[in-house]
Write a protein that binds this ligand. Structure first.
Ligand code: CA
Length: 230
């Protein structure tokens, strides 16, 4: 396997699992650094570079969700959250905390490596190279993965960016939940369709202050979602 210059930070207190992740990720060509406590992460990130973080939810030394939020606000690094808590509420909280992907334990190491690769592929893609319509209030910047509404930047996770940029690309077109999952996750076997509803809910909440009184992402009963600013 060719060596990449990507570094993955693994934050995992199960040392055996952390060591296995290191072996698998290194075999796939990634650089790996392991941390075993929540309170080590922000100090480490302030003086080192990571391109992606695999973050366990339950860690000694702090709350994984708060940590996810802190990372999200301080560093533009995608986060794959892993946890043994499988309840739906925790899945949604995980997504709302800003994680870009979410994997339930026990997961296969191959699966995790596949997700890491998929995340890097998504970061490299530039899905929205075309010029924005001059009348559209939305500006998409694929290089920075940002979307602005009338010049105001939206604070989006990478998954939300992918979702919204795809909807913006084809206004008026109805996309099924399945199609949208396919767009935002390369491998979505572990993700349920309700995940899309959660992302859409978050997107609507983030768009609302910029588009008062307007519903921009429409639910189409029995079919899916459609972007329509009119
Ligand atoms: Ca743990």
């Amino acid at each position: 396997m060719t060596k990449t210059d990507r570094t993955v930070l693994v934050v995992e207190d199960e040392e055996k699992l952390a060591a296995l992740l290191r072996d698998y990720l290194e075999a796939a060509g990634f650089g790996v650094h392991c941390l075993y406590r929540a309170d080590e992460v922000m100090p480490w990130l302030s003086s080192h570079d990571a391109d992606l973080i695999i973050l366990d939810l339950m860690l000694p030394g702090g709350d994984g969700l708060n940590l996810c939020n802190d990372i999200r606000h301080a560093f533009p690094i995608p986060i794959i959250m892993s946890t043994a808590r499988v309840e739906e509420a925790d899945r949604l909280r995980g997504l709302e905390s800003g994680a870009d992907d979410y994997v339930c334990k026990p997961y296969s190491l191959r699966e995790m490596v596949a997700r890491v690769k998929a995340m890097f592929r998504r970061m490299e893609r530039t899905p929205f190279p075309r010029e924005n319509s001059p009348v559209s209030p939305f500006t998409v910047d694929p290089a920075r993965m940002t979307i602005r509404v009338q010049g105001q930047p939206l604070d989006l996770t990478r998954v939300e960016y992918r979702l919204l940029s795809h909807l913006l690309e084809q206004p008026g077109v109805v996309f099924s939940r399945d199609a949208l999952l396919n767009i935002i996750y390369d491998d979505y076997r572990l993700v349920c369709e309700r995940t899309i509803d959660s992302h859409i809910k978050n997107l609507r909440r983030k768009l609302a202050p910029h588009c008062p009184g307007k519903q921009i992402i429409h639910s189409v009963y029995g079919a899916g979602y459609r972007f329509d600013p009119e």
